[in-house]
Design a protein around this ligand. Structure first.
Ligand code: BV8
Ligand code: ZN
Length: 245
């Protein structure tokens, strides 16, 4: 397999998707073929869905919260921790995953673009999102003890904007990497390249002259926009892919 040389000249931006957590036992989105208990994912991961049936949405997220708490990081997560430790502030991990496994594995330089299953916020008042591991009983919708409004998962749903600060952090890193005079590399792993704006990062990197790599089990929607594509399981490929120089 080709090797990714990570040395003192390398700047590396990594994007991960559900495929990186698949070997930990977390179901992927396309693996659920966009359905959950025969509900289209947009019905349980959108503000409209939450407005229509908050009990169903909380059942979906409580189930995934319990599921994510019961699994562990896999060697793919561990490899990314090693790369961060080697590259320091010339490494940044942007993840679409909400399962919290990157942080549990030891990643610190992480942008959780789509939120986190273990955070809850009020859908009504400006109370800050808070850590929450509660698996709420089926049929209940938790309410805010400050304003009585419905609580919601601190997740970016379809049709909702990502946190501008998160996107800014990714863009700033890509700008520094691409103007560093070193080698700026973007590697996406375990993502079907369907969901924007995450799926568009590869285009920004190419426009900035960066090198692009994709590690995925199947061809992704945006595979053809990557210069280097490695087909395989991230838990097997990532630990062997990098040569730390
Ligand atoms: C936004 C939180 C502005 C929920 C998620 C039409 C065209 C283009 C865009 C749009 C459009 N219509 C609407 C949009 C915008 C929409 C979008 O992109 N829709 C797509 C579906 C077309 N995007 C948005 O709404 C975003 N916001 O655009 O705001 C705006 C505002 C108002 C109106 C319009 C626009 C918000 C997107 C965030 C949505 N929230 N997650 C939750 O998690 O419950 S997205 C959700 O999908 C997850 O975060 C997930 O991570 C993400 C993407 O999926 P993947 O991670 O890629 O996972 P997937 O299962 O798809 O693929 C796994 C891959 O891994 C597979 O390819 C498989 O082969 C591979 N694999 C499997 N096992 C392994 C493996 N690879 C390696 N190793 C293995 N072992
Ligand atoms: Zn409130």
């Amino acid at each position: 397999m080709e090797q990714l040389i990570l040395d003192s000249k390398t700047w590396l931006l990594v994007l991960t998707g559900a495929g990186v957590s698949a070997e930990s036992g977390v179901p992927t989105f396309r693996g659920m073929d966009g359905l959950w208990e025969n509900h289209p994912i947009e019905d349980v991961a959108s503000p409209q869905g939450f407005g229509k049936d908050p009990t169903l949405v909380w059942r979906f997220y409580s189930q995934r919260r319990a599921g994510a708490a019961a699994v562990h990081p896999n060697p793919g997560h561990d490899a990314l921790v090693a790369w961060e430790r080697h590259l320091g502030d010339r490494f940044l991990l942007a993840t679409q995953n909400v399962d919290g496994l990157h942080r549990r594995a030891g990643s610190n330089r992480v942008v959780e673009m789509h939120g986190n299953l273990f955070k809850t916020r009020c859908s009504m008042c400006k109370r800050a999102p808070f850590d929450d591991t509660t698996v709420y009983p089926v049929g209940t919708v938790p309410t805010c003890d400050a304003c009585g409004g419905r609580l919601r998962p601190h997740i970016v749903w379809f049709g909702e904007y990502l946190d501008p600060a998160d996107m800014q952090r990714i863009e700033d890193f890509a700008l520094r990497g691409s103007t560093s005079g070193g080698r700026f590399i973007f590697l996406a792993a375990g993502t079907s390249g369907l969901v924007y704006p995450a799926a568009g990062i590869v285009d920004h990197v190419r426009a900035a002259g960066g090198e692009t790599w994709l590690v995925n089990l199947d061809p992704a929607q945006n595979s053809n926009r990557f210069e280097n594509t490695i087909t395989g399981k991230s838990g097997e490929v990532l630990p062997k892919l990098a040569k730390l120089g």
